[in-house]
Design a protein around this ligand. Structure first.
Ligand code: NAG
Ligand code: NAG
Ligand code: NAG
Length: 362
């Protein structure tokens, strides 16, 4: 008796669901889509071919450094220029130089970091110039800071070269990488937007290593595990932000670790050797070479912060672009293969489209 009673209930529920099934599902799908739109992770997606790309022509950007201008340096394959980043669950806003300048009238945006910051800053100024070719611009440079300004809008896009963010202090004993001192901070105050980046220089050894000793909490070492040093240096930076930044007046971004393509075994093509002769991106959403351990350190430090910092989580999307590097088409030509910086136009334009998406909303 009890068993069949139960059966009837199960059947009844089944029939009710059957009748309402379609409606319920449609409703759920809409809810899911809305939810995903709201919380869209713009860093998850894939590269799609787009014949309208690139966003600008390298020959029309008069201030583009020749080192980034791969076409000028002889690169003949052009497919790498034609890929657009497509997030999986939403679209990126269309870039508009005019909208940006109107919204940021009277404001100053500063990129701070190593030559990957230079790469992104150059991309941003070329993008703005391409969308407003008639607008007057000025350009000035002091030892550490380069400033690109649109006087009509009083908007400045600045670059402060600072490879480690923390200080290198020259003493009789040698050059000391001081993990607890961050004097550059005095130059970053008063900016409306700050976009930081550091990593590549932490790995350098031999003649490329620009310090002789490393100091932490009054103790000096000959060397230190580079991930540990990176975490300590970043923590000093994080404390500076937590203490000195007013989030009501300054928005802070961190450009995630920019991947290097020096070992083609990472993407399952051992014969290629490195980024040379790569003409197409990896299609798909994940990088076969796995995640970058430096990126994990960065995310760990960011999670411990009290002030809001937006990570530009560009590591994976850039890792898919083994074709986007300068390779043998930089200053050094084929004698100096560069699988760390990026051709412009190219991958850093997408970093800026993502930055733009954050800057123009709210
Ligand atoms: C331009 O912007 C700066 C801040 O970025 C501000 O101090 C200055 O007064 C502005 N100049 C004009 C003419 O609006
Ligand atoms: C930022 O703005 C909020 C709301 O206007 C205010 O409550 C808060 O005190 C401000 N923070 C600082 C550091 O000025
Ligand atoms: C950054 O992106 C990677 C790959 O999509 C993801 O695994 C990671 O969780 C993201 N990090 C953050 C802080 O969103």
């Amino acid at each position: 008796m009890e068993a069949s009673f139960h059966m009837i209930w199960v059947l009844l529920i089944f029939i009710l669901q059957g009748v309402q099934g379609e409606d319920v599902d449609v409703h759920n799908d809409l809810e899911i889509m809305k939810h995903r739109k709201r919380g869209c992770d713009v860093f998850q997606g894939r590269w799609v071919y787009d014949s309208s790309y690139p966003l600008y022509n390298s020959f029309d950007c008069p201030f583009l450094e020749q080192g980034f201008n791969c076409q000028k340096n002889g690169r003949r394959d052009l497919s790498y220029l034609k890929y657009r980043w497509q997030p999986s669950s939403c679209d990126l806003p269309r870039f508009s130089g005019r909208n940006f300048l109107k919204k940021f009238r009277g404001k100053r945006i500063m990129f701070v970091g190593d030559s990957l910051s230079l790469n992104q800053w150059q991309s941003f100024t070329c993008m703005l110039h391409a969308y407003l070719p008639k607008a007057k611009y000025t350009f000035s440079r002091t030892a550490a800071i380069s400033t690109f300004t649109f006087p009509a809008y009083n908007v400045s896009i600045m670059l402060h070269r600072s490879a480690f963010l923390v200080d290198i202090i020259t003493k009789k004993r040698g050059r000391i990488l001081d993990l607890n001192s961050i004097s550059g901070g005095s130059l970053w105050k008063g900016m409306d937007v700050l976009v930081f980046n550091t990593w590549h220089w932490w790995t350098h050894r031999g003649s490329l290593q620009v310090w002789d000793l490393v100091r932490d909490q009054k103790r000096t070492y000959k060397d230190m595990n580079r991930f540990v040093a990176f975490e300590k240096g970043l923590t000093t930076w994080a404390q500076w932000v937590d203490f000195d930044i007013d989030p009501n007046t300054t928005r802070v971004f961190f450009q995630g670790v920019s991947p290097v393509h020096a070992d083609s075994r990472e993407w399952g093509d051992p014969r290629a050797k490195d980024c040379r002769a790569q003409t197409h991106p990896l299609l798909g959403s994940s990088y076969p070479g796995g995640t970058n351990p430096a990126e994990a350190v960065l995310e760990k430090v960011l999670r411990r912060m009290s002030k809001p910092v937006q990570l530009l989580n560009i590591t994976t999307l850039s890792a898919l672009r083994k074709d986007g590097h300068i390779g043998g088409f930089g200053y050094g030509g084929l004698k100096d293969i560069d699988c760390s910086h990026w051709c412009l136009p190219g991958v850093p334009d997408t970093w800026n489209l993502l930055l733009y998406a954050y800057l123009i909303q709210n």
